[in-house]
Design a protein around this ligand. Structure first.
Ligand SMILES: Nc1ncnc2c1ncn2[C@@H]1O[C@H](COP(=O)(O)OP(=O)(O)OP(=O)(O)O)[C@@H](O)[C@H]1O
Length: 625
């Protein structure tokens, strides 16, 4: 067998046959459960290997046949033909088709490429090798790079004692990297014939940039031992904004990459402890950019905290301060305290509103006004008590500037992902949630909330609410069983984790709306929340679209929107976005109601059926989560 194989290898056309024989043999090993056979089988079966073999066969055939071009002026010939056909007094259908084909830009490009190869007219012509090369060829290397519009893709540094210039890093996917000839640690002796020892790095760059195109010749002493790096693929979600142009510490601002909170980054190189290389996804460029490492960014964030009052413009933007958070809550507290009695006079209308949540015998739980009003004063479980439920996963996302993410595709037999809607008060969260549930109550459902208030005559426990005693409610709070809860007119209201899980376990898609500060409670391994942010449109569009809409305020059950309401909504949206944008999986600008409904439905179905980026800890839960 071995001899036969060796004989056949000489004949490249048989390679594919040999490969398929080997695959067959390995397949038998797979069925015998032999260790490693499965990996080998999938490797040998890979489409790229088959393609590679085809290319190899073509090249072999080329070597054997040594084809020569029949002519080297096919573009000119095609032009002559076009002129001839056009000058014909009348032409056949075939001639017309030929004329049409020859005029196609793709065919003209192909003919032009053919002529270039036939004439061996290769660009650019590299300069001749310098004559004064040292005898020891290993000691120096001459590298000629052809410069195009792309930057060189390497940064340099100077040894302050010796004045020698070294390549500090090679940017992944850049010109230098793709050449495979320059490496971090190589010492540069000359650039385009100029000795660079003793020069400042900026002067060296000027020499490099002096030629905007053509070739750049480096004489380098290659680093003797190149470190071997086993780079692992890492994807992260940025939890902060970063701008290299505003970062004085970056080694080369032009090589830096800016990003915004929520951007997904592919980290392609972590060899440097301070500066990583990354690409923003979806990426259209092969070249990576420099970004600060986790440790460096954390350090910058700490420095930012200390210098905040004095340094308004900075390269990073961190999460909100505690004061800002309190400010968001303070407006509601003031309003409620100012006119607590106004609610009593609206009691009847509140009940009427309750009835609207019953369509054709189906009760839509969780849309009650009392529940909505109480949430404005809500205390999120994430504040004091989350520590016991998710000690690291809740806070790590807030503390770490990058959150590791993985691509997750829900299996059809898995429970659905929790759908979370949030937005500034009045933007339309309830309206859209209600419309979604009403669209198909057999698919979409909200969780049944808990309350300590007494049931009314028509209410049933487990339908509108779970009616529990204050003692039971407080016990649930103590055990972190609420995603969020609050108090309204002396009664407690809350949405429990179990209520949401119950809907999910029944096979339905659970749709809830929460206040932003409860976000960390839903971003867990078990709920795998998909967060949809409803953003208000411009003030102008709000005025136009909300003419027949009503706002639920702390004073009035329903009243038309005023301009101040729209301004407050915009302001609240701005604060939510500046604090929580990185957690949004999808953003809907709630402009036209009908369009928003369609977009919501599409996003919800995509969340369930298409791959999404989710925190890696959801898929590889740590012992704490
Ligand atoms: N795109 C829209 N165009 C016109 N009116 C809308 C639109 N979206 C919502 N509305 C209306 O705006 C009003 C407020 O909406 P909704 O009650 O859903 O607000 P919300 O975001 O739930 O705020 P809150 O939690 O304070 O009640 C309702 O009358 C609703 O019908």
């Amino acid at each position: 067998m071995r001899q036969a194989v060796e004989a056949q290898v000489l004949n490249p056309h048989c390679l594919r046959q040999i490969l398929s024989d080997v695959i067959e043999e390995v397949r038998q090993s797979v069925s015998q459960d032999i260790d490693g056979a499965e990996i080998l089988h999938s490797l040998l079966n890979a489409a790229w290997l088959q393609s590679l073999l085809k290319v190899y066969e073509c090249l072999q055939r080329y070597l054997r046949d040594s084809p020569a071009p029949a002519l080297d002026y096919s573009s000119g010939l095609s032009l002559e033909l076009l002129i001839d056909i056009r000058s014909l007094p009348s032409c056949s259908e075939e001639a017309k088709e030929l004329y049409h084909l020859l005029r196609q830009p793709h065919l003209q490009a192909l003919l032009s490429a053919h002529d270039t190869i036939a004439l061996k007219d290769y660009e650019p012509v590299l300069p001749p090798m310098p004559e004064d090369l040292p005898d020891d060829e290993e000691a120096t290397r001459i590298v000629c790079l052809v410069k195009n519009k792309q930057p060189l893709g390497a940064t340099i540094k100077r040894n302050e004692i010796t004045g020698e210039i070294f390549i500090a890093r090679v940017i992944h996917g850049g010109l230098a990297d793709r050449s495979g000839l320059l490496h971090a640690g190589d010492r540069i002796i000359e650039v385009n014939g100029f000795p660079v020892d003793g020069m400042e790095p900026e002067q060296v760059i000027q020499v490099v940039q002096a030629r905007s195109h053509g070739t750049i010749m480096f004489k380098v002493i290659p680093i003797t031992e190149r470190p071997v790096h086993n780079q692992t693929m890492l994807y992260v979600r940025a939890m902060t904004d970063y701008s290299p142009q505003q970062d004085p510490a970056i080694p080369c601002a032009d090589a830096g990459m800016s990003f915004r909170r929520g951007d997904i980054l592919e980290i392609v190189d972590q060899t440097d402890a301070l500066w990583w290389q990354a690409k923003k996804l979806p990426s259209s460029t092969a070249c990576a950019g420099l970004i600060p490492s986790t440790n460096l960014l954390k350090r910058k964030q700490r420095e930012f905290w200390w210098s905040q009052p004095y340094q308004p413009h900075t390269c990073i933007q961190t999460l909100s301060t505690v004061e800002e958070e309190e400010d968001l809550m303070a407006i509601d507290d003031k309003c409620v305290e100012a006119d607590e009695e106004a609610f009593d006079s609206e009691e009847l209308r509140e009940e009427e509103d309750d009835f609207r949540s019953n369509i054709e015998g189906i009760y839509l739980a969780g849309f009650r006004r009392s529940m909505r009003l109480c949430r404005r004063r809500a205390h999120s479980t994430t504040q004091p008590s989350c520590n016991t439920r998710c000690p690291s996963s809740c806070y790590s996302a807030l503390n770490s500037p990058y959150e590791e993410v993985v691509r997750y595709q829900r299996h059809s037999e898995d429970v659905h992902r929790l759908i979370v809607l949030l937005g500034p008060s009045g933007v339309g969260v309830n309206e859209l949630r209600r419309r979604l549930v009403e669209m198909n109550p057999n698919i979409f459902q909200g969780p049944v909330p808990y309350t300590t208030r007494a049931p009314r005559g028509y209410e049933e426990s487990g339908r509108e609410y779970f009616f529990v005693s204050r003692e039971v409610f407080e016990n649930m709070v103590y055990h972190n069983r609420f995603l969020e809860y609050g108090e309204h007119k002396g009664n407690m209201y809350g949405t429990s984790i179990e209520s949401a899980k119950e809907v999910l376990n029944s096979g339905k898609i659970c749709v809830i709306d929460i206040e932003p500060n409860a976000l960390q409670a839903v971003r867990t391994h078990e709920l795998r929340a998909f967060v949809i942010y409803l953003k208000p449109p411009t003030l102008e569009r709000l005025r136009e679209t909300r003419q027949d809409s009503y706002i639920t305020t702390n004073y009035y059950v329903n009243r038309p929107f005023k301009d101040e309401d729209f301004q407050e909504m915009e302001e609240a949206a701005r604060k939510i976005e500046s604090n929580y944008w990185q957690f949004f999986d999808h953003v809907i600008i709630n402009n036209e109601l009908q369009d928003s409904c369609v977009e919501l439905l599409t996003a919800v179905m995509r969340a369930q059926d298409e791959p999404q980026w989710v925190p890696a800890s959801w898929i590889r839960p740590t012992s704490e989560s």
